[in-house]
Ligand binder design. Structure first.
Ligand code: NAP
Length: 467
C-alpha cells in the first residue's frame, strides 16, 4: 500500500511513498536495538550537543520545514513557522535540563547509601498524529533521546514528508544512525511492533480508538504506554471576566490550527448575565475570520487536513442540529477545491448530541448558558474527556473553585490552554494517561532504579547526584 502527501488546500497529490516491507521493519528494529546498546552509554554532553544541533537546523531552516508542514496538512504557514520554533525550544529545553532531571537522587535510609537512579528503557515506539506533525514528535523525541532511549516513529499516514523530514533532521544533527527512525507503515502494522521484544515501550497521541487499541496491545505484552488522546475542553466565562479579552481569546482558542487541536476550546460555557453579549460578539468575531489559502499571510483559517475529516465534522454538526441545536453562523462546507469548513457557532446543544458528547475536530464552537458556578462546573465536567479547561473570572474565590473543580490535566485562568516545554502535559479520563513535557515527561520512559548499598560491600561507585 502507498501513502501520499496530498495538499489539503488544493487536493493535489504532491508525492507518494511506498510502505516499508516486513523485512524493512525488521531491519529498522534490529538497527534500533543495536544502536541502543551503544547509544545508552553516550554522555549527556554529547546528546545535548546533538540536540542543540537539531534545534539549530530547525531555526535556520524554519521556512522550509514550515512549507513541508503546511502543504501536507494545511495549517497556516505562520502557525507552521511557530511550530518549528517551538520544536527548537523543546530540543534546547531538554538538552539543557535532562542531566539535572535524571541525576541520581539520594534518599536517606538505614543503609550505608541509598539512591534512585534513572536509566533508559530501550527503543520506544511513537504513534503520532498529523495535527502538529513536528511538535508532537519532537516533544516525544527530545526527552526520549536525551534520556538515552532510541525512537521509532509511526507517523500518521497523511504526513509522510514530515516523518521523513524529522529523521533527516536528527541524522544531520549528528545523532547516531538508528537513534531515530521513521517507519512508513499503516496502523495495522503497529501491533506486531509492540509485540517485538526489542521494543520496550509505546507512546501514542491520537484518537480514543487508536489509544485504546494500542493500550490493549501494550497491556497484553506488559509494556509501558503513555496516551495523549482527544479533548472537548471547556472555556468558561463568568460575569467578572474581561469580556474583550475573553472574546478574542475564545476565537483563537477555538480556531487554533484550523480548529484541529486536542486542547482547542470546544465548549463555551457562559454565565447567563453575560451570555447574550458574549454570544453576539463571539459570533461576529468568528464570522469575520478570513478562510482561505494557508500560504497566504492574510488567511486566518485554512483547510482541514483531509476530506474525510471535513465530512466527519459536518456529519457531527448535522447530527447536533437534528438533535435540536441552532446554527448561528457557518454550518455548511465551502464549495471549491480544498477541505474548507467555515467557522461555525452552535447553541441549544442537547446532551445526547455529538457537540456535547464527542470531540469536534474543526472550527465549530458550542455555546452553553449556565446559571452559576456550580452549573458551570457541572457542564464543564459532563464529558468523558479531561485534557484541559479554561475559566475566565476576576473573582479569586471563583478562580480557586475552577482550579480545584475542573476535571482535567490542565486548568488555565484568564487564558487559553497551551503546551509549554517547562510544564507537564496530559489528560485524565478518556483523554489518556501519563505526561509529556517538563520534568515529568522525561521520567515516563526511564527505569526508576532503587539502589541500596549496605556496609562491607566495597561499592566504590559514587552517585552523580548534585553536591
Ligand atoms: P488517529 O486517527 O487516532 O491517528 C493517530 C495515529 O494513530 C496515526 O499515526 C494513526 O495511523 C494511528 N492509528 C490509528 N488507529 C490505530 C490503531 N488501531 N492502532 C494503531 N495505530 C493507530 O488520530 P488523528 O486523526 O491523527 O489525530 C487527531 C486526534 O488526536 C484527535 O482526537 C486529537 O484530539 C488527538 N490529539 C491529542 C493530543 C494530546 O496531546 N492529547 C495532541 C494532538 C492530537 P494512520 O494515520 O495510519 O491511521
Amino acid at each position: 500500500m502507498a501513502t501520499a502527501t496530498i495538499n489539503p488546500a488544493t487536493g493535489e497529490t504532491l508525492e507518494t511513498f511506498d510502505e516499508l516491507s516486513d523485512a524493512g521493519v525488521e531491519r529498522a528494529l534490529e538497527r534500533a536495538w543495536q544502536t541502543f546498546l551503544s547509544y545508552r552509554t553516550t554522555s549527556f554532553a554529547d546528546r545535548a550537543a546533538w540536540m542543540h544541533a537539531a534545534a539549530d537546523i530547525l531555526e535556520r531552516e524554519k521556512d522550509h520545514w514550515a512549507e513541508v508542514i503546511t502543504t501536507e496538512m494545511g495549517k497556516l504557514r505562520s502557525a507552521a513557522v511557530g511550530e518549528v520554533e517551538k520544536c527548537a525550544w523543546v530540543c534546547r529545553f531538554y538538552a539543557d535540563n535532562a542531566e539535572r532531571f535524571l541525576a541520581d537522587r539520594i534518599v536517606e535510609t538505614d543503609a550505608e547509601a541509598s539512591f534512585i537512579k534513572y536509566q533508559p528503557l530501550g527503543p520506544v515506539l511513537a504513534v503520532m498524529p498529523w495535527n502538529f506533525p513536528f511538535w508532537q514528535v519532537f516533544r516525544f523525541a527530545a526527552p526520549g533521546l536525551m534520556a538515552g532511549n532510541v525512537g521509532l516513529l509511526k507517523h500518521a499516514s497523511n504526513v509522510p514528508r514530515c516523518a521523513r523530514a524529522i529523521q533527516e533532521i536528527f541524522e544531520r544533527a549528528g545523532f547516531p544512525e538508528g537513534a531515530f527512525q521513521s517507519l512508513i507503515i499503516g496502523s495495522s502494522r503497529v501491533a506486531a511492533i509492540i509485540d517485538d521484544n526489542r521494543v520496550r515501550a509505546v507512546t501514542l497521541t491520537g484518537s480514543e480508538g487508536a489509544g485504546s487499541s494500542v493500550a490493549e496491545r501494550a497491556g497484553k505484552r506488559l509494556k509501558k504506554a503513555v496516551l495523549e488522546l482527544g479533548g472537548s475542553d471547556p472555556f468558561i466565562i463568568m460575569p467578572s471576566a474581561d469580556l474583550d479579552a475573553a472574546v478574542s481569546t475564545a476565537v483563537k482558542a477555538r480556531t487554533v490550527n484550523n480548529g484541529q487541536s486536542c486542547i482547542a476550546a470546544k465548549r463555551f460555557i457562559v454565565h447567563e448575565d453575560i451570555a447574550d453579549e458574549f454570544t453576539r460578539r463571539f459570533v461576529s468575531a468568528m464570522e469575520a475570520l478570513r478562510v482561505g489559502d494557508p500560504m497566504d499571510t492574510d488567511t486566518e483559517i485554512g483547510p482541514l487536513a483531509t476530506p474525510a475529516i471535513r465530512d466527519e465534522l459536518h456529519e457531527q454538526v448535522q447530527q447536533t442540529v437534528r438533535a435540536g441545536a441552532r446554527v448561528l453562523t457557518g454550518g455548511e462546507p465551502l464549495d471549491g477545491n480544498g477541505n474548507y469548513y467555515p467557522p461555525t457557532v452552535l447553541v441549544d446543544v442537547s446532551d445526547d448530541s455529538p457537540a456535547w458528547k464527542d470531540e469536534l475536530f474543526g472550527p465549530v464552537a458550542s455555546v452553553f448558558v449556565v446559571h452559576d458556578i456550580e452549573d458551570a462546573l457541572r457542564v464543564a465536567n459532563d464529558t468523558k474527556f479531561g485534557l484541559g479547561g479554561a475559566a475566565w473570572t476576576q473573582d479569586a474565590d471563583e478562580q480557586v473553585r475552577f482550579i480545584d473543580g475542573i476535571e482535567a490535566g490542565a486548568v488555565f485562568i484568564n487564558g487559553m490552554v497551551a503546551s509549554d516545554p517547562r510544564l507537564p502535559f496530559g489528560g485524565v479520563k478518556a483523554s489518556g494517561y501519563g505526561r509529556e513535557l517538563g520534568e515529568h515527561g522525561i521520567h515516563e520512559f526511564v527505569n526508576i532504579k532503587t539502589v541500596v548499598v549496605n556496609p562491607g560491600q566495597q561499592a566504590k561507585r559514587k552517585t552523580n547526584a548534585p553536591e
